[in-house]
Design a binder for this molecule. Structure first.
Ligand code: GLU
Length: 282
């Protein structure tokens, strides 16, 4: 009954006021909105990370987009009811706090610092920080070999933070708003390496513009648990999202989405860590 009403609301937008009242879009305090045009959900994703969150004309593709679409469906939102909103690394917490988005699926690592200001469901994937270098580079083999090098990463990321905290000695860190900009700088010879999660680097390295020019070093030096960012106080939504993630893993969809979105990149997820079990909601 709930599903049927939901469909009617979307189709008969003008007559939807009374219907929408009994087919509430609410999935907790923060799961979406319902108005005269029917219910909808604003989901934050990356627009510039091929294979993860990528805007291709009017289409959004990638693992984060596919996982978000699956989870949204379980929460009662059809793909047509999703509004994709760009969520750059440095703006994610703020976008959740301001309710510019209802949830974020954007290679968003669960960290204690971020948990002070936002909630996380998940994790739904585990990546590791790595380095991208020119294909003919032989001297950069890990974060210890960055002394005297120009390195690019993204403002507000755990990747840039880890370099500052642990590997900053003699490293010239350049921060950009997105990883694609870092890879452009690498291909142009302006930096010696780019650092972030291995799966992000693999996706960027496999694009036609970069293929053959760059390579992932392949020695991950962190554990990045990708969570679903939610506004603080979203325990009920968090539990629903976790149940959806678990069913996505159990029904085989997770593996299919990983395979589909990493095809042609040479990337394989860390088998010890994936697929992950979900944390209890705070
Ligand atoms: N997973 C890391 C983070 O959340 C790096 C990737 C990103 O910036 O989205 O900061």
């Amino acid at each position: 009954m709930r599903k049927k009403l939901t469909g009617l609301v979307a189709l008969a937008a003008t007559a939807a006021l009374t219907l929408s009242a009994c087919s509430s879009a609410s999935v907790g305090s923060s799961g979406g909105s319902s108005d005269g045009a029917g219910k909808s959900i604003k989901i934050g994703v990356k627009f510039d990370q091929p294979g993860l969150g990528y805007q291709d004309g009017s289409k959004h593709t990638g693992f984060d987009v596919d996982v978000a679409t699956y989870v949204a469906e379980k929460l009662g939102y059809k793909p047509s009811q999703i509004t994709w909103v760009e969520s750059p690394s440095a703006q994610r917490e703020q976008m959740l706090q301001n309710h510019q988005v209802d949830m974020i699926f954007a290679t968003y690592s669960i960290t204690d610092a971020r948990k002070q200001v936002v909630d996380f469901a998940g994790p739904y994937f585990v990546a590791g920080q790595d380095l991208l270098v020119a294909s003919n580079n032989t001297d950069i083999t890990g974060p210890e070999s960055l002394e005297g090098k120009n390195l690019c990463s993204v403002t507000g990321s755990t990747s840039a933070q880890k370099i500052k905290d642990q590997y900053s000695k003699g490293v010239n860190l350049l921060e950009r708003p997105g990883y694609a900009e870092c890879v452009t700088a690498l291909v142009a010879g302006q930096v010696d390496a780019v650092t972030t999660d291995d799966i992000i680097l693999a996706g960027l390295a496999a694009t036609p513009a970069n293929k053959g020019k760059v390579k992932v070093v392949g020695h991950p030096f962190s554990t990045e648990n990708y969570g679903v960012g939610l506004p603080k106080g979203s325990k009920a939504t968090c539990e629903k999202v976790n149940a959806a993630i678990k069913s996505m893993i159990d029904d085989g969809t997770w593996q299919k989405l990983v395979d589909k979105n990493t095809a042609g990149t040479g990337y394989t997820p860390n088998k010890q860590e994936n697929p992950p079990a979900q944390d209890a909601c705070a």
